[in-house]
Design a protein around this ligand. Structure first.
Ligand code: G3P
Ligand code: MG
Length: 259
């Protein structure tokens, strides 16, 4: 699968949960701000609601981003829509709602070169259906060529790959997986499917890491980079995309002008 049409030889700048330093994470205002700042794309996280709607939310619960409590999977979309993550972030954003992925695609789906959909799933043998719902949503909006699916869960990526072979996949991990037994098991699992990118935490990346990744044919999309000096170093050694809470700062740093 060739992704040159997306990367175009640049280190892409993706807003982490939108432009989340300045607007409530994983909401339409955060994604629209990323567009305004000139980001090449965004990263966002998805879960299924109790009634099977694909919602954009980071945590498994609503505790951190709203004044309510409880697991999103135990709430219907109507119940989730009563919550106000905007007001929790700042009164300036009061009235902002938890969006569905359909709503995000309707608002900004055509504005980015790449949208990174992170599937939040801890399911191993069985699925709640989040992979199928994600594939259906991409299909509805015809965004197969401008999305990449990532997850910390290799089983979720296997399930997604079986449903939608034409969409790019990135494997997410936090530490150098080759140094732990669990990491090696996960990497061996990933050997079982075709995937195009690795999404490591930036702390484990150096020049040797990049050389090895690129010689094995993987794009490297890394997170969460908010420090200009580190961003410049990652760009210098050939990182393919930087996922940041501050797209404006990264654009100024890596491209010399605010977008
Ligand atoms: O996808 C990159 C990053 O978002 C992974 O960690 O916890 O921010 O979803 P988290
Ligand atoms: Mg994420």
């Amino acid at each position: 699968m060739n992704l040159d049409h997306i990367y175009q030889g640049q280190t892409l700048i993706l807003g982490h949960r939108g432009a989340s330093a300045y607007a409530p994470m994983n909401t339409i205002p955060a994604f629209e701000l990323a567009v305004q700042q000139g980001a090449d794309g965004v990263e966002l996280d998805v879960h299924l609601s109790k009634d099977g709607h694909l919602i954009v939310l980071h945590d498994f619960t609503v505790d951190h981003t709203t004044v309510s409590t409880g697991y999103a999977k135990d709430m219907t979309l109507a119940q989730l829509k009563e919550l106000d993550p905007g007001n929790k972030f700042s009164t300036a954003f009061a009235g902002t709602r938890i969006p569905t992925l359909d709503e995000v695609f309707e608002a900004v789906g055509q504005n980015f070169r790449l949208i990174n959909i992170e599937i939040k799933s801890v399911n191993i043998e069985n699925t709640d259906g989040v992979e199928q719902a994600t594939a259906d949503c991409i299909q509805r909006h015809n965004l197969q060529n401008s999305v990449i699916i990532s997850s910390f869960n290799p089983y979720a990526l296997h399930r997604f790959r079986a449903i939608m072979p034409e969409v790019a996949i990135g494997y997410l991990y936090e530490s150098d997986t080759t140094h732990t037994p669990a990491g090696n098991v996960a990497l061996a699992l990933m050997d079982g499917i075709s995937y195009q990118a690795r999404h490591p935490h930036h702390a484990i990346i150096d020049a040797a890491y990049m050389e090895s990744a690129h010689s094995n044919g993987y794009r490297i999309n890394t997170w969460t980079v908010n420090d200009p000096a580190r961003a410049l170093e990652l760009q210098r050694i050939g990182v393919d995309a930087i996922i940041t809470d501050k797209p404006d700062l990264m654009i100024e740093t890596l491209r010399g002008a605010v977008g």
